[in-house]
Design a protein around this ligand. Structure first.
Ligand SMILES: [Zn+2]
Length: 227
């Protein structure tokens, strides 16, 4: 669970590097193999909050609330182009993030799934007559680019890539429990991504940054919600 919250190291900022080891009768040991940091996960005295005490690495000795380490993790975040030879990119398209097949399940659905999207503002447009039915894609690779999310189903699907609606049509992003990321597009199309192992928070942060130039260029207000 902790690696869903701390989706990159608060010290060296390496993605998906945090490992948490439960220990009998001793505090959990949290570490980052990328920079050699290690922390003890301790309770804040008299409270229910947690704190991290660094026992190895560049910030050895630092003892701060978990929220402070979380803020440090977010500090200085910026989108950076990555390369992946298997990514199905169009010419000039920039890849920002790839999700792994074993940890990702994708559902693409129509707007009738109202219970989950109820907290987003109601869309102005009527539902399209050609709204796709609820489709479970199953495990898949997921690529975030500067233009769209690309879903590539695993071997079971083997149906090739599914190019999602462009980011330019996103009107709302919602994080639901600590497992679901929901994108609401124009025309009431909804995509829902279920993350089993990966951090949906990580995808939310990347999406937030990828959507910024789109919302400022188009003057569109994109609603971000957290449940
Ligand atoms: Zn690190």
């Amino acid at each position: 669970m902790l690696n869903k919250l701390l989706w990159r190291c608060p010290v060296c900022k390496t993605n998906d590097s945090i490992v948490c080891r439960k220990r009998t009768l001793r505090p959990d040991l949290v570490s980052c193999p990328a920079c050699g940091s290690a922390w003890l996960l301790l309770r804040v005295k008299g409270g229910t909050d947690f704190r991290f005490r660094a026992i190895a690495g560049p910030q050895r000795g630092a003892d701060r609330p978990l929220a402070a380490w979380y803020d440090a993790m977010r500090e200085g975040f910026a989108l950076a182009a990555i390369t992946d030879a298997t990514a199905p990119l169009a010419p000039g398209e920039t890849l920002y993030l790839k999700g792994h097949a074993e940890g990702l399940r994708v559902l693409r659905m129509d707007p009738r799934f109202q219970a989950v999207i109820a907290r987003l503002p109601p869309p102005a447009e009527p539902p399209p007559p050609d709204a796709p039915p609820l489709t479970e894609i199953g495990e898949a690779d997921l690529f975030l680019t500067d233009r769209r999310l690309i879903v590539r189903p695993g071997p079971a699907g083997a149906a090739g890539e599914i190019i999602g609606p462009p980011l330019a049509t996103v009107r709302g992003v919602q994080l639901f429990i600590d497992r679901y990321l929901i994108l609401r597009h124009e025309r009431r199309l909804v995509e829902m991504f279920e993350f089993v192992a990966e951090s949906p928070l990580k995808w939310q942060v990347y999406l937030d940054h990828a959507l910024r130039p789109i919302s400022s260029a188009g003057g569109v207000k994109i609603h971000m919600a957290y449940d």
